[in-house]
Design a protein around this ligand. Structure first.
Ligand code: PGA
Length: 254
């Protein structure tokens, strides 16, 4: 069954971020014990700022919720400044009332990465599966670090990063060599989530978004797998939606 993707186009990055924070906050209100899978990168920073603000101003609490991150670089210790452990601490986990026992980021420095991947999948299952998975999208259509070609059946595993991804992320490594591999939840792990929210902002995402929404459903465009999922919303700013044509110029189904 191929469902149409619900697509909401917001004026700009701030509006997209506020809408994303709203979705997460409503899920929490409806289900304080909800299980979230959440991304890193530039795109979700505004969403995290919005959630931190709600925590500070309105007392929005994350204490009962469980969080799984999508990925982590292989070989980076959790205190490396470019690690997603540090990113999450600085931008979200360290700023709100999450329960450290319910926060999960893959351990990129685990001595046995394969065992770490299996442990991560087991932890997701033990938590009851993911209620809401929030994703960014790479310029090449990747979700998590599932690069083009990733099997739609994949689970959490060690992946090799696409050269283009390494180039984009190189700026985080200030002269150091950016890692070639990462631990990423799999395509099937993402698809098993009960609801998916994909965020995209900027013209440099427009082609990937258009390919995901309107191209073939293909492992060459990982985000196109979302068309096989019954409950997905794309939150786009106008720039990210600029290759979609008239069909999604405001709010609607693309
Ligand atoms: P970005 O990364 O938010 O930094 O653009 C998104 C991604 O690569 O998934």
């Amino acid at each position: 069954m191929r469902a149409a993707l619900r697509t909401r186009v917001l004026t700009d990055y701030e509006a997209m971020s506020a809408a994303a924070a709203d979705v997460v906050a409503s899920k929490l209100r409806e289900k304080p014990h909800a299980v979230f899978m959440i991304p890193t990168g530039t795109t979700p920073l505004g969403m995290y700022r919005g959630l931190v603000e709600r925590h500070e101003r309105e007392g929005l609490s994350f204490a009962l919720a469980t969080f799984f991150n999508l990925d982590e670089y292989l070989g980076l210790p959790p205190d490396h400044p470019a690690s997603y452990h540090v990113y999450m601490r600085e931008n979200f986990y360290g700023l709100v009332d999450v329960d450290p026992g319910r926060v999960h980021v893959p351990d990129g420095a685990a001595p046995d990465p394969e065992a770490e991947c299996e442990r991560y999948e087991r932890a997701i299952r033990a938590a009851g599966g993911v209620d809401l998975c929030v994703l960014g999208i790479g310029r090449n259509g990747h979700i998590g670090f599932n690069e083009p070609g990733a099997s739609f059946d994949s689970r959490t595993r060690v992946v090799r990063l696409a050269e283009s991804t390494r180039r984009v992320n190189a700026t985080d490594f200030e002269g150091e060599r950016a890692p070639e591999r990462a631990i990423s939840v799999g395509m099937r792990t993402i698809s098993d989530s009960r609801e998916v929210l994909l965020l995209a902002s900027g013209t440099n995402k427009a082609r990937a978004v258009a390919a995901a929404v309107g191209g073939e459903v293909s492992e060459e465009v990982p985000a196109s797998a979302l068309r096989l999922h019954p409950n997905v919303t794309l939150l786009l700013d106008r720039d990210a939606a600029s290759d979609l044509g008239g069909s999604a110029s405001k709010e609607g189904r693309a």
